[in-house]
Design a protein. Structure first.
Ligand code: SF4
Length: 683
């Protein structure tokens, strides 16, 4: 029997996940021997999700699997294969000096805007996730707008209504909720502990709206299963019932909502039977949901998957009217949540953290939907920085993006923990330290908490924390501002000192996680909304000025025609975006990539369980194993996202089928509106 740990550290999972689990790192003789869930943490309660408990105890701490030294390309990119990439190890001095010289030359000849900065949420901790923007703000590089790959349409839509998309309800108030409506989120995969604890323990009814019968939908009191793209019509159907049955909170609306009088006649004129047919949701279920939700107090959780549609912005505007018109706001157990991402709510100074003052002008920006297009143009893109993401596996237009990354005249620098599909095509690969190897702070985007990420071991090999890499690079480029001189610890201490939270990093380390505020709080308690009118704007002049309809529209996307299916590509419970796609045990568990079809759709195409189908559209094709599942509506196919290309037989994942069409707002992804044909693959 092994000896017990002689040291236990409390830290926090920094993955792009609603849960932000507390963890215990067990050490023996100074070495980390296990990473577990913290039994004292209110979310994890002693258990991590399967993917993290697998990976953090294997690949994450394995120097043979991690990148441990800077690598410089020594062979043409076109020669890159799934085998050993053509790199040679170099010292940090060589790497930093060479990269700085190359960037200087590009700035002189093409301007800083020819340097692209692509990053996302590979880690959500503050120093590793936000503070590197100090370098890019100072440089003036073009930012590939991070949220356009994920949730930008929802942000734009909610800002029209509420003036904010980042100040959601406090999940602790679920104790007061008579109903929780989860719409287009996928907690089983994306918030596993909310699925396992928060929802089942909530005293109220749980309604899930999802085209897929996810495990969360299956355990709900009521599951509404609309056809993808019909969510706005379903929201209007609920409003129609609420209006018909006297469930509109007229007093709240009169005091705090702008535009109901414009919309009300349109809602009254709707035909509930027609809306039921358009959405595929039975009329009785629509009426039951309205009657459970509207009297309240009720919480509405709007998921990010909901708005990854061609009409995702309108969908979010339509759904977000529900709390405003039913008066499910400004009281305990009521509210709506998209993301709790406002650092100021936790008294943290994001502008200081990101070095906003260093930007001499607003950064040039490009949508992820245009990323491949820009990257293949030598006049617009001379260099690319990739950090906290693996774009070749996660971005649209995968084949085109690969060709762009293969440009020999594109100077690509990638910061990573592991060799990935993207690093394979980089000129420099810089080894990043894992969350176990440096101190940081985490502001979870579901619970109103602030957590410490604590250094439990030295970085493997020569790996460095993200921010240290950019600090060294900035200094090598002659950036002399104080932001390039401050140490990590100085930044953490300053952030906490300015917060007024009466915590130092050392005191937070001891506690692991604190709540801010300590007691549950009511969303919009002061009944003030940061819109031009100060009211919740159903009718939005700002939207109209942006070329959007003044009012949310009751509409559904056209159903796929010509034998096509609408392809959904949600998260797998064993992957997180593309994180963990290289973990051996997880790859074994995932098995062969598959497409799920409604059995009737499979039969119509002469397909059988287990055989290979070819999935095709104008963007690409993919061969996948067929599984039949009656948890999907007719006309809908499902392929999980996040697999690494190098592990797949065709060196492609589901994003090879995503043409990068933009949603109606924010130049954001419409990945759940992709349509495909599915047929038996030629043998
Ligand atoms: S990915 Fe999410 S559920 Fe898994 S350990 Fe991290 S925070 Fe917890």
């Amino acid at each position: 029997m092994s000896r017990p740990a002689d040291e236990v550290l409390i830290t926090t999972c920094p993955r792009d996940c609603y849960d932000s689990c507390g963890m215990r790192v067990l050490k023996r003789d100074g070495a980390v021997v296990a990473v577990r869930g913290d039994p004292q943490h209110p979310v994890s309660r002693g258990t991590l999700c399967g993917k993290c408990s697998t990976a953090y105890n294997r690949e994450w701490r394995d120097p043979a699997r991690r990148l441990t030294q800077p690598l410089r390309r020594v062979a043409p990119k076109a020669a890159a294969s799934g085998a050993m990439p053509p790199f040679e190890p170099v010292s940090w001095e060589q790497a930093i000096g060479d990269i700085a010289a190359r960037l200087d030359a590009i700035v002189s000849t093409h301007g800083p805007q020819a340097i692209l900065n692509a990053h996302y949420t590979g880690t959500i901790s503050l120093l590793a996730g936000i503070a590197p923007m100090r370098f890019f703000n100072r440089l003036g590089a073009t930012e590939v707008t991070p949220d356009t790959i994920c949730n930008m349409a929802g942000h734009v839509a909610l800002r029209y209504l509420y003036g904010t998309s980042l100040d959601g309800f406090d999940p602790r108030t679920a104790a007061h909720a008579a109903c929780i409506l989860v719409w287009g989120a996928n907690p089983h995969a994306s918030a596993p502990h909310a699925h396992e604890h928060w929802l089942p323990e909530a005293p109220g009814k749980v309604i899930v709206v999802d085209p897929v019968r996810t495990p969360t939908a299956a355990q709900a009191d009521l599951h509404l299963q609309p056809f993808p793209g019909s969510d706005a019509a379903l929201a209007f159907a609920l409003l129609h019932v609420m209006q018909r049955d006297g469930l509109i909170d007229e007093a709240f609306v009169a005091a705090h909502v702008k535009g109901w009088e414009e919309l009300a006649p349109r809602v009254a004129a709707l035909d509930l039977a027609a809306l039921g047919a358009a959405t595929g949701v039975p009329r009785a279920s629509i009426e039951r949901a309205a009657h459970w939700y509207a009297p309240g107090p009720s919480l509405l959780w709007l998921g990010q998957g909901l708005q990854r549609q061609i009409s995702g912005g309108n969908v979010m505007r339509a759904c977000a009217m529900l709390p405003a018109l039913s008066g499910n706001l400004c009281k305990p157990g009521a509210g709506l949540l998209y993301l709790n991402g406002n650092l100021a709510q936790r008294h943290l100074d994001e502008a200081y953290l990101s070095g906003a003052r260093l930007a001499s002008a607003p950064l040039p920006a490009v949508s992820h939907m245009d990323f491949a297009n820009v990257l293949e143009d030598p006049r617009r893109a001379r260099a690319l920085f990739v950090w906290n993401m693996n774009p070749l596996a996660s971005c649209p237009q995968q084949a085109r993006l690969r060709r762009a990354l293969e440009r020999e005249d594109l100077f690509t620098v990638a910061l990573e923990l592991f060799p990935t599909d993207t690093t394979e095509l980089a000129d420099y690969v810089l080894p990043a330290a894992s969350f176990l190897e440096f101190d940081d702070l985490i502001a979870p985007y579901f619970n109103l908490a602030l957590s410490a990420q604590v250094r439990a071991m030295a970085p493997l090999g020569a790996a460095l924390p993200n921010l240290e890499i950019f600090r060294r690079l900035g200094r090598a480029m002659g950036f002399a501002e104080r932001e390039f001189l401050e140490s990590d610890r100085e930044i953490l201490d300053r952030l906490l000192e300015r917060s007024g939270l009466d915590e130092t990093f050392d005191s937070l380390k001891q506690k692991g996680t604190i709540f801010v505020p300590p007691e549950p709080c009511v969303q919009f308690a002061d009944r003030s909304f940061a819109t031009p009118s100060g009211r919740i704007e159903i009718a939005s002049d700002a939207a109209q000025a942006d070329g959007q309809p003044r009012l949310p529209q009751c509409r559904s996307d056209p159903r796929p025609a010509g034998g096509r299916l609408r392809l959904l590509s949600p998260a797998d419970a064993w992957l997180l975006n593309t994180s963990f796609g290289n973990v051996g045990k997880i790859k074994t568990r995932l098995g062969t990539a598959s497409i799920a079809l409604n059995p009737a759709d499979g039969a119509e195409r002469g397909l059988h369980e287990g055989e290979t189908a070819r999935i095709v559209n104008a963007c690409g094709s993919l061969d996948l194993k067929v599984t039949m599942w009656d948890g999907l509506p007719r006309g809908v196919a499902l392929v999980h996202k996040g697999r690494w290309l190098g592990s797949e037989p065709g060196h492609a994942n589901v994003n090879v089928l995503n043409p990068g069409v933009k949603s109606d707002m924010g130049e954001s992804t419409a990945v759940h509106s992709v349509e495909v044909t599915v047929a038996r693959a030629a043998s």
